[in-house]
Design a protein around this ligand. Sequence first.
Ligand code: EPZ
Length: 420
Amino acid sequence: MESLLIKGGVPLEGEVWISGAKNAALPIMAAALLTPEPCIIHRVPNLSDVRFMAQILNWLGASVTFKDGTLRIEARKIKGYGDYDLVRKMRGSICIMGPLLGRLKRARVSLPGGCVIGARPINLHLKGFEALGAKITIEGGYVQASARRLVGSAMFLGGRAGSTVLGTANVMMAATLAEGVTVIESAACEPEIVDLAKFLNAMGAKITGAGSPTITITGVKELHGAEHELIPDRIEAATYAIAAAATDGEVTIKGARADHMHAVLDKLEEAGVSVVRRGPDLIVSRKGRLRPVDVTTLPYAGFPTDVQAQMMALMTLAPGISIITERIFESRFMHVSELARLGADIEIEGPSAIVKGGRPLSGAPVMASDLRASAALVIAGLAARGTTQVNRVYHIDRGYENIDGKLRQLGARIQRIEDT
Ligand code: EPZ
């Protein structure tokens, strides 16, 4: 197993290019199942989650090639439904269900199960499929959706934490090939949903309202191949912006979309971080001392849950009390105990973490748990005095392309080592 060895205390300086968005790539890859014609997707990040999704599509019968950031997917004939035990290994692959239901009128996948950040139910996905006329059965750890015909209808997909991103993606994809009009109320508004709708429309779908809480899909008979370039990864961009602030450096973030990052950039500025927009570039540096801020995660366009851990790492450096409240997932504080090993003073009170910031961090071996918690540990290690070893770095490789290479380019003393 690999680890990242970090010698902290170096201010990050220079330019970093942001990769294509992982959370746009996964549903868009699944969407290619909706047509027998080839689809070409550019700016695809080389991540383990993306390679795994490519394996799943391959397993389903699609031909998939991935070279220099471009994916070519041709799902000429896809397997009838079969047992996709793979879904359990990567939750995000649940988004193959909508396309399979749309194209084959049936889909059978293993229930994704929970993960370290929460139970990760799919009740809203299934509610949407049923609203399209699918019959849902759950047996032996598998969920099956089947329909003689899919018929568009109006549905409400809001859940206990607001909308569902992959639930919106799944139902939207199935609805493209349903008969009639589907209206999804309380749809997810994330930029990744907008990117997926753009790709589906390029394939001949008829979708309006993506990016708003009401998405309308007028079903068509079939979809054709399309070519698409992914949006940049707003979570990766936020992670590097926070790393720049945490190390008191100055980093130019290239290829990001500031208009996808308002909540994060606003919160960083409130915390005393300078964010200067120069054309498409973002120049991030610290303007003197960091200030403590309160953060609550919300569905888009609120502060993203995927940046909560990274923001907490930054707040351990801001003298004073910051309150970080997680409203999307029920247990997304795995990083708290690991940050404490670096000297952070954080207490959990229900959905909130109370960060008493300002004490310098000192390096120690820490354990990565989920993708974004691991990124938070890297940020803390970069800011800490001494050496930090982040173990189980495979978590990070799921969502960050070449993170050690990109950080080295910014002057970080970081190397990937084989864990003895
Ligand atoms: C997507 O997961 C992202 N993953 C997650 O990013 C992200 O944290 C999450 O959206 C929220 O923004 C991908 O896009 C691959 P949800 P998703 O359905 O779609 C509840 C990362 O780090 N819910 O929006 O699975 C659920 O329990 C990952 O890149 C139901 O109750 O998340 C949660 O509390 C982590 N019933 C809330 O909604 C359902 O049927 C939001 O979940 C579905 C969800």
